[in-house]
Design a protein around this ligand. Structure first.
Ligand code: ADP
Length: 497
């Protein structure tokens, strides 16, 4: 049987360019899909970090005037990933991150930049690259979400591929002035409630939600949450209309990148899969990682202090303003806090002040540091994820694999992936500590509850063991996506115009 061909569209992809969990997903899912008989390739923008890390490339298309400049579509590979790279220097050859200037402002032409990416994907979907004509076009987040709209309004007589849109975070919607419509090459009739119009503007995510054949998001609880007026963030009505086509598929993590047995970023590797590693009271080598983490962030070298780790974007979503308010409790009760994050300047300032006020107890690095993220996962005792909402969350999955016990709010994918230590119905599946509603008082209580369990070595080891034997790989998710693709009526025969 001919393999199903999927073209994934991603504005970031690990290891070439990453600002958050989206890159982890788009970098790992296509590889996991191979085992399911799916042939996936991904189209990505040619940012400098991408262009500088490419091996041999083939020029697949030359586009003399593409969204205001000359562009090329390159075909290449990166490790096990098959890639198309949209090399459009006038759109992507810039410093800063994929979405922001070095000063932290949105690039003013983001509408054009990501419309170009989606348009390229739609063209590939319609057969622009004869050697790879996809059955399915799979868009990730608003940056890719215009692809189903371009396919809908295309005048091509070729048969359209089926489309899937995955929402990784509904808070980011890609909303732009209506005056951009002509510049992004959509017809005036598309500016309607039954098209790309969204409260008087152009909504990229809205368009994708309207036109995609199937919609997925990254956990079952989040899939339900976005149907409510509060969780739907202005899109609940449309999502409710489309709820028959909406499903939640939990993410996995790349267990070869997040593997404590081979992790090059940690001094003490340990094998999460060998039962014998549970025979002693403490996981071998975890103590060395904890000491290294304490040294790295200037924390007191205390093996018995309950060390809390935090890794994430400093944004309102992540609940880190609440965590700031718990610092007196953390410090007074002999705990330590190791934080790695970047983002909101106000939060950066307040965390820096907290670290200065509590030397040896609160240590942090403001910035993006892949190696330190791994060291926190391997050396902290618990990982705190107090998000107000969380579509899936990946850091708690990495934590499970590294024997770091997650302390999480009861929202979205955090609710779906962690089983509370007090859930007596699930004795052998308890993997962490949960709290909700998300308030400072509840966060203080859950930290105290976890701290008490930490000082009960047998209880702590049992929860650690449960977490480390949880399957956090992409296996389950890949098989769910493969079923979805197959169900969309694959093996399409394309009519040539
Ligand atoms: P989100 O996608 O909302 O940012 P996720 O938990 O889904 O959150 O994914 C975050 C990913 O980004 C994880 O792989 C995490 O380790 C990584 N990460 C987040 N912030 C940093 C940082 N400052 N330095 C290094 N890695 C980070």
């Amino acid at each position: 049987m001919k393999p199903v061909r999927v073209l994934s569209i991603a504005s970031e992809i690990y290891p070439l360019v990453k600002t958050g969990g989206l890159a982890d997903v788009t970098g790992a899912l296509p590889i996991a899909l191979t085992a399911e008989g799916i042939e996936a390739r991904t189209v990505v923008p040619g940012y400098p970090s991408v262009m500088n890390s490419l091996g041999p490339v083939a020029r697949v298309l030359h586009l003399p005037d593409f969204f205001g400049g000359e562009a090329r579509l390159l075909g290449t590979t990166s490790g096990e990933l098959g890639l198309f790279v949209l090399d459009a220097p006038h759109l992507f050859a810039r410093p800063g991150n994929p979405y922001l200037t070095p000063e932290g402002m949105d690039w003013p032409d983001n509408a054009l930049r990501f419309a170009a990416l989606a348009r390229m994907a739609a063209d590939i979907g319609l057969g622009a690259v004869p050697s790879f004509v996809p059955d399915i076009v799979h868009a990730h987040d608003w940056q890719a979400a215009l692809a189903p709209a371009y396919l809908h309004y295309s005048k091509s007589k070729r048969r359209r591929p089926a489309t899937v849109l995955t929402v990784h975070n509904l808070a980011y919607q890609g909303v732009f002035p209506r005056e951009m419509l002509a510049a992004i090459g959509l017809p005036s009739e598309s500016f309607t409630i039954h098209g790309v119009e969204y409260y008087g503007s152009i909504g990229f995510l809205k368009a994708g939600l309207y036109f995609a054949d199937r919609i997925t998001t990254v956990s079952p609880t989040y899939a339900r949450a976005i149907l409510s007026d509060e969780g739907g963030m202005g899109l609940a009505g449309l999502l409710r209309e489309r709820s028959g086509d909406l499903s939640g598929i939990l993410n996995g993590i790349d267990t070869s990148v997040w593997d404590p047995a081979t992790d090059p970023h940690i001094p003490g590797c340990f094998d999460a899969d060998i039962p014998s590693c549970f025979e002693s009271d403490v996981l071998p080598n975890r103590a060395a990682n904890k000491a290294a983490l304490q040294r790295r962030l200037g924390l007191q070298p205390d093996p018995d202090a309950f060390l809390l780790g935090v890794i994430g974007r400093l944004s309102g979503q992540k609940g880190l303003d609440l965590l700031l308010e718990t610092i007196p409790t953390i410090v007074n009760q002999g705990m330590q806090l190791a934080l790695l994050g970047s983002g909101d300047r106000g939060l950066q300032f307040r965390y820096r002040a907290a670290a200065q006020a509590n030397p040896g107890r609160v240590g942090l690095l403001i910035g993006y540091d892949e190696g330190l993220a791994h060291l926190i996962q391997a050396g902290a005792d618990a990982l705190v994820v107090p998000s107000l909402f969380e579509p899936c969350g990946l850091t708690q999955l990495c934590a499970l694999r590294y024997g770091t016990i997650p302390i999480v709010s009861r929202v979205g994918g955090l609710e779906d992936t962690i089983v509370d230590a007090d859930d007596s119905a699930a004795d052998c599946r308890q993997t962490g500590f949960k709290f909700g509603p998300v308030t400072t008082d509840n966060l203080v209580s859950v930290l105290q509850r976890a701290c008490a369990a930490f000082h009960d070595a047998a209880a702590w080891r049992r929860i650690q063991r449960n977490g480390m034997s949880t399957d956090v790989s992409w296996r389950n998710a890949a098989s769910r996506y493969a079923d979805l693709y197959r169900g969309l009526g694959v093996q399409r025969q394309y009519k040539v115009a």
